[in-house]
Write a protein that binds this ligand. Structure first.
Ligand SMILES: NC(=O)c1ccc[n+]([C@@H]2O[C@H](COP(=O)([O-])OP(=O)(O)OC[C@H]3O[C@@H](n4cnc5c(N)ncnc54)[C@H](O)[C@@H]3O)[C@@H](O)[C@H]2O)c1
Ligand SMILES: [Zn+2]
Length: 358
């Protein structure tokens, strides 16, 4: 098991990464300082039959009384409606101010259960037990929780730091191929924006990663989480540095919206967005053409898409980005690469973006 701490003052907490950690979760939660007996494990109907029993058992052995709460799998569960059903079940289980919520699942469960923990009784403790690669390298750390409204994603939420993150990498073995590869987009993102040498390590290890070799995955998940922690420690509420984590996301989000949710998974859209951002980086941040090519081929080797759909104008990509532009007041704040491992921020106009992407 690998362990490090996210240093956030009173919100500081441990992060554990390793195979088989679900069976040790009870002890790790005791070690994190939680001692109330009643708690809730929130999970989805796909993850429950795979991992809920060992987690509940481990909690019970450590002296806790867990109530299991199941929601339907998928993004539609990140809603106020589902949150309400979870609140009701937590109330029925008589979980008190000193109780806690364990989020067992991907980013959907993490965001939903996190939102519930952030608001139930004005906030109770939260433990993240991420089971997708996206959740293990990204959403479980950083304290962002949210549900969606019909009009847009993540519109209602709160910052609520977990008391511990427990990433059991053995759970990645049951993840679908497409969901696994999608998580690699965020891994490559960390290397691109803040760890040049990690690009070479990912090039060397990509075959082992795709085989889901546990020791290689453990190192990759730890390195990614340490990078996220570094950024979050310096900018918890996203007023500056944390924005570099949006590399590939401006065009990625626009693509997700324009193409309709579902046609591109988030990580796939981010992969295309990173390729587009690398092209713009060549123009506006003097990124070397060979660095751009290296990033694109790494994304390809991860089995992720790299081409912006040729009908992107018709897809409404421009409209989607114009919405971003409105928010930023004129130009779009873009994360570019000066070199592999070094991100900068630049304001670009829609015209500049269009001129270099079409
Ligand atoms: N809070 C943040 O900082 C943050 C960051 C990134 C993404 N997110 C959010 O995360 C969500 C996406 O998360 P996701 O990609 O993990 O999707 P997800 O939670 O929907 O999980 C994907 C699918 O995999 C299944 N699954 C989960 N673990 C499994 C396992 N070990 N084996 C087999 N199947 C498994 C789930 O049931 C689901 O059907 C989005 O809502 C996004 O907004 C939040
Ligand atoms: Zn992302």
């Amino acid at each position: 098991m690998r362990t490090f701490r996210v240093e956030l003052g009173a919100q500081a907490h441990p992060v554990h990464i390793g195979p088989g950690l679900i069976a040790r979760a009870g002890d790790l939660i005791v070690a994190a300082g939680l001692d109330s007996t009643r708690c809730a494990v929130v999970t989805d109907a796909t993850v429950a039959p795979l991992y809920a029993s060992p987690l509940v058992e481990s909690l019970a052995t450590a002296g806790f009384e867990p109530a299991l709460i199941e929601v339907a799998p998928g993004e539609q569960s990140k809603s106020l409606h589902t949150a309400e059903t979870v609140f009701e079940q937590i109330a029925q289980a008589r979980i008190e101010r000193s109780g806690f919520v364990v989020a067992l699942g991907g980013g959907v469960v993490g965001d939903l259960a996190g939102f519930v923990a952030a608001t139930y009784l004005r906030g109770i403790a939260l433990i993240q037990v991420p089971t997708t690669l996206t959740a293990q390298v990204d959403s479980s750390l950083g304290g962002k929780t949210a549900v969606n409204l019909r009009s847009a994603k993540n519109l209602v939420g709160a910052f609520h730091q977990p008391r511990a993150v427990i990433a059991d990498i053995a759970t990645l073995s049951t993840l679908g191929e497409r969901e696994f590869r999608e998580g690699l987009a965020e891994v490559i993102k960390y290397a691109a924006i803040m760890d040049g040498p990690m690009i070479a390590d990912l090039e060397r290890d990509m075959d082992a990663i795709l085989r889901r070799d546990l020791s290689v995955l453990e190192a990759v998940v730890e390195r990614s989480l340490r990078h996220k922690a570094y950024v979050v420690e310096r900018d918890e509420h996203e007023s500056g540095l944390r924005r570099i984590l949006n590399f590939g996301h401006t065009i990625g989000h626009a693509l997700e919206t324009a193409a309709g949710y579902g046609s591109f998974l988030h990580g796939e859209a981010v992969a295309v967005g990173m390729v587009a951002a690398a092209r713009l980086s060549r123009e506006f941040a003097a990124l070397d053409i060979s660095d751009e090519a290296r990033l694109v081929s790494l994304i390809e080797r991860a089995g992720l898409p790299t081409a912006i759909p040729t009908r992107w104008r018709e897809l409404g990509l421009l409209d989607a980005m114009a919405l971003d532009k409105k928010r930023a007041g004129g130009a779009i704040e873009f994360i570019l690469l000066r070199e592999l491992g070094h991100a900068i921020t630049r304001r670009l106009t829609l015209d500049e973006i269009v001129a270099h992407l079409s």
